[in-house]
Ligand binder design. Structure first.
Ligand code: DX5
Ligand code: ZN
Length: 225
């Protein structure tokens, strides 16, 4: 069935668990179903894992003709954003711009990041971890192009989706957000529809596609085609 095609769900393929050398052929197998390449930048401080994301980014920029969706899981996003010139979307974490003294969003930092990202021609995304309250997004929802709802604790691919995070998708929509709503972590051919029904329109998937027996079929199902 492809009567849901007009929902126009975007698939962002996470290459976190692929070897650089196989990225091109694994993406080619998916024959046009991949709308973005999701690049996970981890600094070993914000999350307990470190990635060679800049290498993946440079490599993908050189060899793929697919827009790049950069997810910054780093403590100091301002210092790394310039490295990702050429990305279509750059997403930083809400938790990285919370002032620890007031426990509110550091708006000065937010504006600095948003204007830097826009000056590079990319869309601005804000990501939120499973245990962070979404009311902290209130002042910035109208100022971003994308909200990324983490459906696992950031840090590693191959985790199981935390069901309690799903309600966040609806809540972000109820708050009036009409931009791109991306979900990331543990998305499968089975649970993607739940995310979509709640208001997500961009799905990150790594494990569910790249470890599947038939990756093309899984990507197709995740997009609900
Ligand atoms: C987790 C990363 C995700 C991860 C998704 O911290 O942000 O992007 O790679 O991979 P899967 O689909 O394996 O959960
Ligand atoms: Zn990610």
């Amino acid at each position: 069935m492809n009567n849901l095609e007009d929902k126009n769900i975007k698939l962002s393929a996470s290459i976190l668990n692929l070897k650089t050398i196989e990225v091109h052929s694994r993406l080619a197998e998916l024959k046009g179903l991949v709308d973005y390449i999701h690049i996970d930048t981890m600094d070993g401080v914000f999350v307990p894992n470190k990635t060679e994301a800049l290498e993946w980014f440079k490599n993908a920029k050189r060899t793929e003709n697919i827009p790049l969706d950069v997810h910054l899981m780093v403590e100091n996003p301002l210092s790394v954003v310039p490295d990702y010139n050429g990305a279509s979307i750059i997403t930083f974490h809400l938790e990285a711009i919370i002032n620890p003294r007031t426990m509110t969003v550091d708006m000065e930092m937010f504006y600095a990041l948003a204007s830097l990202i826009r000056s590079m021609g990319a869309k601005v995304g804000i990501a939120i971890k499973p245990n962070t309250t979404i009311s902290l997004l209130r002042n910035i929802l109208k100022k971003v192009d994308l909200v990324l709802v983490m459906t696992v604790e950031p840090g590693f691919g191959g985790q199981k989706l935390i069901p309690a995070t799903l309600v966040k998708i609806e809540k972000v929509r109820e708050m009036g957000f009409d931009g791109i709503l991306e979900v990331d972590g543990g998305i499968t051919t089975e649970n993607a529809i739940e995310c979509i029904n709640r208001g997500a329109d961009m799905i990150v998937a790594g494990t569910a596609i790249f470890t599947a027996e038939d990756p093309y079929d899984s990507a197709w199902k995740i997009k609900q085609k």
